[in-house]
Write a protein of this length. Structure first.
Length: 116
């Protein structure tokens, strides 16, 4: 059974930093592209960042480019999202996602709240 388990998010002041992690099990982690999405209240889920299976290629939404960094450790089956210079607009539930061709798995999500 595939599981993606995000770390506990939290409450942080604007300008602060937070690191999310996602632990994967039940899949050949190194063969999956890993992504982070987020969903703010009343809004659709949106793409945040992705990292290729080998960590060589990363992509970011314009809204987080230069502030967020995605990384992975295939040996530990972990993916991370380092979030710096956080803004109130970053407040959302953050989801870990694993994708390989047409197969997609989601984590349960973790709340990140940025206070002004």
């Amino acid at each position: 059974q595939v599981q993606l388990v995000e770390s506990v998010g939290g409450l942080v002041q604007a300008g602060g930093s937070l690191r999310l992690s996602c632990a994967a099990s039940g899949l050949i982690f190194s063969s999956y592209t890993m992504k982070w999405f987020r969903q703010a209240p009343g809004k659709e889920r949106e793409f945040v960042a992705s990292i290729a299976w080998d960590g060589e290629s990363t992509t970011y939404a314009d809204s987080v480019k230069g502030r967020f960094t995605i990384s992975r450790d295939n040996a530990k089956k972990m993916v991370y999202l380092q979030m710096n210079s956080l803004k109130p607009d970053d407040t959302a539930v953050y989801y870990c996602n694993a994708r390989q061709l047409t197969t997609t798995y989601w984590g349960q999500g973790t709340q990140v709240t940025v206070s002004s």
